[in-house]
Design a protein around this ligand. Structure first.
Ligand code: 5AD
Length: 391
């Protein structure tokens, strides 16, 4: 990317909706480069060349929700359901501690029944107990990503020692949100309320959106960015929307959706011939990919001291997608530590990488990716976002 920023190097850029929409619709490679370089220098100013690892254990794919886009939705016709055993989860946590990742992210489908909530409590207790050491006086950091729950439940987990929570808003356009989620058990307001109660309880809160959802407009994405600031998020994880076979959005919705005006992917007439992106045959995904890089860059400029993840979905579109994200804006990578035998059943979108690998391979692979862009991994620490520490 080069090193010299072209915009002034200020902290916490304030953009208007209009400016953001304009920047999201960059028309040329050089316009994008200016944006990316500026964001890269903001990332460097805040984090130097440091990158943080969080091990992710996808401990169950059983889910009560039926999101129209998701590969583990409740009524998915093919996916085989699994639950990692408690021992497998705790072993993964011990491995994470041993290799110095610092934090474990426990992610699963959403289940609100008491038995499952108690299981999460049990896991938190066991992980804290088993990983407390000289290096980790309070055990490894525990991040939860298990959906919408009651405030009491969030509170119980927090009191047991979980200190971060990820819950994506997916889109801040209420109508679009309700279009991509079945109405009987989804409400935009509930999602926002959950994020607020997580914040009130004291969690470091992470959220984010999918980019290039059919029917999403650039204005929607601009508003997503403003919402990140408004919600005062500590972490942001976002990625391109990617079709997932056997889901309504992939199968039925697609044709109608492509006719929606204002679709972000329609707007993009960027000149691709002189770029290294020309290799892509799937133009829609390629457009989403570039839009995601712009969103990452703008997020870094606006939320300069938040942790931003280089998500796996980027790598599903471009083999070097995560490297690009790290170069521009991301300072967090999440190596998967789920045992290999379960991975093929935790595929939220088509072409998810890392499914054929084990945790050792993911470790080596991601270390190499981080090094390849001149960055390094900080081991043996929780690595909380500076944004939270400054509060
Ligand atoms: N494409 C991209 N991201 C997806 N997710 C779920 N399904 C898809 C898909 N088809 C993302 C959602 C969810 C996270 C766990 O995975 O944003 O919050």
């Amino acid at each position: 990317l080069g090193s010299k920023p072209t915009y002034p190097n200020v902290k916490g850029w304030k953009f208007t909706e209009k400016e953001l929409t304009r920047l999201l619709s960059n028309r040329t490679h050089s316009e994008d480069l200016v944006l990316f370089k500026t964001a890269a220098s903001a990332t460097e100013r805040e984090f130097g060349n440091e990158t943080y690892f969080r091990g992710i254990a996808e401990f169950s794919n059983k889910c009560e929700k039926d999101c129209n886009y998701c590969g583990i939705r409740k009524s998915h016709p093919i996916v085989q359901r699994f639950d990692m055993s408690d021992k497998e989860v705790v072993d993964a946590a011990k491995w994470v501690a041993e290799y110095g990742y610092g934090c474990l992210l426990l992610q699963s489908g959403e289940r609100t029944v008491k038995k499952e909530n108690e299981r999460v409590s049990r896991l938190i207790r066991a992980i804290k107990k088993e990983t407390t050491s000289k290096t980790y006086p309070k055990g490894i950091g525990i991040i939860l990503s298990v959906g919408e729950q009651k405030p009491e439940v969030y509170k119980e987990w927090f009191d047991l020692g979980a200190h971060r929570y990820l819950l994506r808003i997916e889109t801040t356009n209420r109508d679009l949100y309700h279009k991509i989620h079945p109405s009987f058990n989804h409400s935009f307001e509930t999602r926002v309320q959950c994020l607020k109660s997580l914040r009130d309880i004291g969690y470091q809160v992470g959220s984010g959106v999918m980019i290039g959802i059919p029917g999403q407009s650039l204005l929607d994405l601009a508003r997503d960015l403003l919402w990140y600031r408004q919600m005062d998020l500590d972490m942001i994880g976002m990625g391109p929307y990617i079709h997932s076979q056997h889901t309504p959005m992939c199968e039925e919705f697609e044709k109608d959706y492509w006719q929606v005006q204002n679709n972000v992917t329609d707007k993009d007439d960027w000149d691709w011939r002189d770029s290294d992106f020309a290799q892509y045959r799937d133009m829609e995904n390629w457009k989403r990919y570039r839009l995601t890089l712009r969103m990452l860059a703008l997020t870094r400029l606006m939320c300069f001291d938040c942790n931003i993840a280089a998500t796996t979905a980027l790598q599903a579109i471009d083999p070097f997608g995560r490297e690009r994200a790290l170069e521009i804006a991301a300072n967090v990578v999440m190596p998967i530590v789920t045992p290999k035998k379960y991975r093929k059943n935790y595929v939220l979108y088509d072409g998810k990488p890392c499914v054929e690998e084990g945790k050792e391979e993911c470790r080596g692979c991601l270390q190499a990716r981080v090094l390849s862009v001149g960055k390094r991994v900080v081991y043996d620490q929780w690595n909380d976002p500076p944004h939270f520490l400054r509060k």
